[in-house]
Design a protein around this ligand. Structure first.
Ligand SMILES: [Zn+2]
Length: 238
């Protein structure tokens, strides 16, 4: 018997009947705890054309999200940083490891021995690491500006790689920020810092919270809108 499945089964206490969830990377069927495997297979067979249509729709959506990342990290590629695009220059150097510098352009100083796809990938990794440091630096200076204005200060600020959020503020006021924000315009980065900072005082998204945000960031709605419109692209990363 061919038992190869193209979907994932999730049994749920709350499910009264089977339902199918199609996302970019998987097809999942959520079923009641005791639903027999055979019945699930029948259900999935009956729904096959619906599933195909849903997969197409999701794929179209994914294809329409334009990444901020260049197609490759070759000389001349465009690199996003703080809402602008910078050219990438590759320069061969005596260094043993890749060094990144930002002048008018991004310059990657690369060892002579690195070539082809390895070069491409190593430049990407070096840029990621540079961006992480830039994000930490940007977070620090933004916080130094706004913490006194709000008279609120976090216990720590940590730059993280997060797949679905831009920032968070824990119960002990440790603020986490997604490093990808360094690719967004500086005002957007600033807005997320302010947003998390304000959660130290207001641990919700009430009217009082937004009023607090607006106190030193009156155009926060515009900045938040940028994230809503470009967030999915940004999350694709570099
Ligand atoms: Zn929030």
């Amino acid at each position: 018997m061919n038992n190869q499945k193209e979907y994932h089964i999730r049994r749920s206490q709350r499910a009264r009947r089977a339902r199918i969830v199609v996302t970019a990377d998987k097809v999942e069927v959520v079923v009641p705890l005791r639903m027999p495997e055979k019945q699930i297979q029948q259900f999935m067979r009956a729904k096959q054309s619906w599933i195909d249509a849903a997969k197409n729709k999701v794929q179209q959506h994914v294809d329409n999200i334009a990444s901020f990342a260049p197609e490759s990290y070759q000389h001349g590629a465009l690199i996003p940083y703080l809402g602008k695009q910078y050219r990438l220059q590759i320069k061969v150097s005596q260094e043993k490891r890749i060094k990144i510098a930002l002048e008018q352009d991004f310059i990657a100083y690369v060892p002579e021995t690195l070539k082809g796809s390895a070069l491409n990938e190593q430049v990407r990794i070096a840029l990621l690491s540079w961006m992480g440091q830039a994000a930490a630096e940007q977070a620090r200076t933004t916080m130094e500006h706004y913490a006194p204005l709000y008279q609120l200060s976090p216990r720590s600020i940590v730059i993280k790689t997060q797949k679905s959020r831009w920032g968070s503020c824990g119960i002990h006021n440790d603020i986490h920020l997604n490093w990808l924000l360094i690719l967004a315009p500086a005002e957007v980065f600033e807005y997320v810092v302010i947003h998390e900072l304000c959660h130290i005082e207001q641990r919700n998204h009430s009217a009082a919270f937004w009023a607090l945000v607006a106190r030193h960031c009156p155009d926060y709605k515009q900045r938040r809108l940028w994230l809503k419109q470009n967030g999915a692209s940004l999350m694709l990363g570099l």
